[in-house]
Design a protein around this ligand. Structure first.
Ligand code: FES
Length: 570
């Protein structure tokens, strides 16, 4: 074994103007932790470790950490975990997205600043894996991800439940008066019952799948349930692989390439993945200097069928995808469409991985390419006078009857306005109207929440209306569904056309033509004024507002992209 290429604790010495002294001091302090000189002479593997009392999805990380360390030590390395920001999706105000870039900065700087030859990124809840990949790509040290894995499902009165499509489904029933407060309380205790990430093809599962397609986590590891023994075996193997990466100096810039990003985009389409993943993949690619163009997204979507039948669009859960063959089964079906020469953290190309013998595949969950669930991808980008730089529509989770139509706008100026009026019995709204939410985009004070899944107005919900066209600059949870146009860009807070929509305006949606148009003349629009939110006085909130890019750039900070944009946020 030759470790000449690694430096262990000698990496990046603290600057005292005397290198030998800096190493002597570092080693003497490291010895205070009880390490032998034998261990301190080994290559070091940092483990970006993100358990938190505010992150239920990561509650099994202590045993995952032990398994990663076992793998690193077995391969001749010294594992050293270090904490970073952790983002528990439902515990953050105003939103977790607001803090994704903060976590990415933390991860990048701590990888770069501390003496490690490779890093294992242990994450999983929605924003954590994107943040870790963004940071690791920018730091460009050998890096490998390890995801939390999905939760197991639970039962309520014999019905299978999993976070969080079923959270929304039952909440909608409660709002419509179909179940009572006692029942919704019982359901609340059965939606999320194990460690791990949401049990459906939500954002966390989508990002884990994308990370496997990108080549940044070990083959076969995206879908292993959090509580399955294979998860721990994958953690141990990840530790061993990190040592291999340290020795081979295989850095993220050789793995995250335009070809592997396109592979990830294909997998996103084939799994019917979360709309949030478009933002995250755009931001991840941007860290590698790769522009993910929404026009190209439409081309890939046209040429990639939906193969995976999971909630929120189908009946199955992530544990079923694992049992059905996992993302490997999906990649094998997509093989004719993929760039097979892309390198992975396993030290082999995607083509080499897929040349290995296949296991059994459950065709109820993963359809063959020749007989797909849907002939085209789940997501499309829309463009038009209401969204000059694009908007995202999840056609696989929407009602095709609403795809081609014109409607009257019923406008809510903010989340507060929405919450104050949506259930007003006097609200002037019909099922044929388009609900429009403004000021919920990246530049708004609300931090681009997952509020695009506007509730059906109370009086319509009680009358049995299940879906309507809803348009906003907000995001939508990957576990949600409906005829919902999201990420309208530029957003309202930056003065985009969305800010100028008024009650009664006509809007035209055509999914077939990929169009979203506000049918109001330019003279009238010029008469309508918009007010930008004030710049926060200080701190991260001010940095965020100064640097945040629009959704078409993945909502990264401009100065964190590999090539900052000369035109900035516009
Ligand atoms: Fe963590 Fe859904 S809340 S993945």
């Amino acid at each position: 074994m030759n470790d000449d290429s690694v430096n262990g604790l000698s990496n990046g010495l603290t600057n005292y103007g005397d290198k030998d002294f800096a190493l002597y001091l570092r080693k003497s302090f490291a010895r205070s932790m009880g390490y032998s000189n034998h261990m301190l002479a080994r290559p070091t593997v940092g483990i970006a470790y993100t358990p938190s009392g505010f992150n239920n999805c990561h509650r099994h990380f202590p045993e995952m950490l032990e398994a990663v360390k076992r793998g690193v030590i077995a391969a001749g390395g010294l594992p050293m975990e270090f904490p970073t920001v952790s983002l528990g999706e439902v515990f953050l105000n105003p939103t977790s997205l607001r803090f994704r870039n903060l976590m990415a900065m933390d991860t990048e700087e701590m990888i770069r600043a501390q003496p490690m030859d490779a890093v294992v990124l242990v994450g999983g809840c929605d924003k954590t894996l994107p943040a870790q990949l963004m940071g690791a790509i920018s730091a460009n040290r050998p890096a490998i991800g390890l995801v939390a894995g999905p939760m197991m499902t639970s039962r309520w009165h014999g019905e299978r439940l999993g976070a969080c499509t079923d959270c929304r489904r039952f909440w909608a029933k409660y709002r419509a008066g179909e179940i009572d407060s006692g029942e919704i309380h019982e359901i609340e205790g059965n939606l999320a019952t194990t460690a791990g990430t949401c049990a459906v093809m939500g954002t966390a599962s989508t990002m884990a799948s994308i990370a496997e397609a990108l080549g940044m986590i070990l083959p076969g590891s995206a879908a292993i349930p959090a509580v399955h023994a294979d998860r721990l075996r994958a953690a141990e193997a990840t530790g061993r692989a990190a040592m291999q990466l340290a020795r081979s100096r295989l850095t993220p810039d050789r793995i995250v390439t335009p070809q592997s990003v396109e592979n990830a985009l294909r997998v996103l389409m084939a799994i019917g993945g979360s709309t949030n993943a478009v933002l995250h993949l755009t931001a991840i690619a941007g860290r590698a200097g790769i522009d993910l163009d929404l026009g190209r997204l439409n081309e890939v979507s046209e040429g990639t069928p939906v193969l995976v039948d999971l909630k929120p669009t189908g009946p199955h859960y992530m544990e079923d995808l694992f049992a059905a063959g996992g993302i490997g089964a999906v990649l094998r079906e997509l093989k004719p469409l993929l760039h097979l020469d892309c390198m992975t953290v396993a030290g082999e190309t995607l083509g080499q991985r897929l040349a290995a013998p296949d296991g059994p595949v459950d065709r109820a969950v993963v359809k063959p390419l020749t007989d797909p669930l849907q002939p085209k991808g789940g997501l499309v980008a829309l463009f038009g006078s209401l969204a000059p730089k694009g908007a995202i529509f999840k056609r696989s989770a929407a009602d095709p009857k609403l795809f081609e139509r014109e409607g009257r706008a019923v406008v809510f100026a903010s989340l507060e306005d929405l919450s104050a009026r949506i259930d007003d019995p006097d609200l002037d709204v019909t099922p044929d109207d388009f609900l429009v939410l403004q000021n919920a985009g990246p530049l708004s004070t609300s931090g681009m929440p997952e509020a695009g899944y506007l509730p059906i107005p109370g009086k319509l919900a009680k009358a049995g209306v299940k879906d309507m066209v809803r348009i906003s600059d907000a995001r939508m949870s990957g576990t949600a569904y409906g005829s919902i146009v999201l990420h309208v860009t530029p957003d309202a807070a930056s003065g985009g056309p969305l800010a100028k929509v008024r009650n009664g305006d006509r809007i035209r949606l055509s999914v077939a033509e990929r169009r979203l148009d506000l049918l109001v003349g330019p003279e009238e629009l010029a008469r309508r004024s918009v007010t930008a939110p004030p710049l926060p006085e200080r701190g991260y909130a001010q940095l965020y507002r100064r640097e945040i890019l629009q959704a078409d750039r993945g909502c990264d900070f401009n100065f964190l992209r590999k090539h900052p944009l000369a035109e900035g946020r516009q």
